[in-house]
Write a protein of this length. Structure first.
Length: 256
């Protein structure tokens, strides 16, 4: 089976006209793209647009799993980013220190847990192709079993295919929304209207694996008020907490 259809999406009718969405990862590795950004940063909007554009190029969600993580350390400029979370800033700092980088900066793209400055160039496409060619070291299954006004009920199962990773591997879950728009009233982007996609609203984990290299979790991941199911979804990925290596990633858009 070609890798272009290596992620299987299913929609199954449930009683009461409810819909269950599910997905399972493929045999090859999907590329996790993390954009660390802020509405208070004047150089960030081009990176935000680039991340949004990945969805129009046919690689999302089968080959590329994009996430937009808004950091809070720009808020002091005068504009408080409504999507910023302290935990995203801490995650960025953690991996910056792990890679012995000189500083934390925005916009920053991390590809498979590593700093990648060639986003928006041919080098990114080549790097993604190389990642996609690698056999996955973990398998993930995701299901959205219910949707409420407050959020999505998510079930995730994961299994390690490389048992040498068992000690440090962990599963992470995130809810995201697309088509978000902000009218910025202060700071470096004052007066601008900024669109956003793949904005992470909630981040849960790490969930450790059992001695058999498996795990199963069920969580409710919140969305914003009046969120549209068609603009929302969940992401799961397995990452080595010591090396930052991403073993597999999976995105599941919610059924509208």
């Amino acid at each position: 089976m070609p890798f272009a259809i290596g992620v299987l999406l299913l929609a199954v009718a449930l009683p009461g006209d409810a819909m269950q969405c599910s997905a399972q990862s493929g045999e090859r590795t999907a590329a996790l793209v993390e954009l660390y950004t802020s509405e208070g940063c004047s150089s960030c909007p081009p990176a935000d647009r680039w991340l949004s554009g990945l969805g129009t190029q046919g690689g999302v969600p089968g080959r590329i799993v994009p996430l937009s993580l808004h950091v809070d350390y720009w808020d002091y400029i005068g504009w408080k980013d409504p999507y910023a979370k302290r935990e995203f800033s801490l995650r960025q700092r953690k991996f910056t220190q792990l890679q012995r980088l000189a500083l934390v900066y925005t916009p920053q793209v991390m590809l498979q847990g590593r700093d990648f400055r060639g986003w928006g160039t041919k080098a990114f496409d080549e790097a993604v192709a190389s990642i996609n060619a690698q056999p996955a070291k973990a398998r993930i299954e995701l299901a959205i079993s219910g949707a409420k006004l407050a959020g999505l009920e998510v079930e995730a199962q994961a299994r390690l295919l490389d048992h040498a990773q068992q000690q440090h591997a962990a599963l992470y879950l995130a809810s995201y929304q697309n088509r978000l728009v902000s009218e910025v009233g202060a700071g470096e982007n004052r007066g601008r209207v900024l669109p956003h996609d793949y904005v992470v609203l909630e981040w849960q984990g790490p969930f450790g694996f059992g001695t058999d290299g498996r795990l199963s979790v069920r969580r409710e991941l919140p969305l914003l008020p009046k969120a549209s199911a068609g603009d929302s979804g969940v992401v799961a990925f397995v990452q080595n907490r010591r090396s930052a290596e991403v073993l597999q990633a999976l995105m599941l858009p919610a059924c509208p």
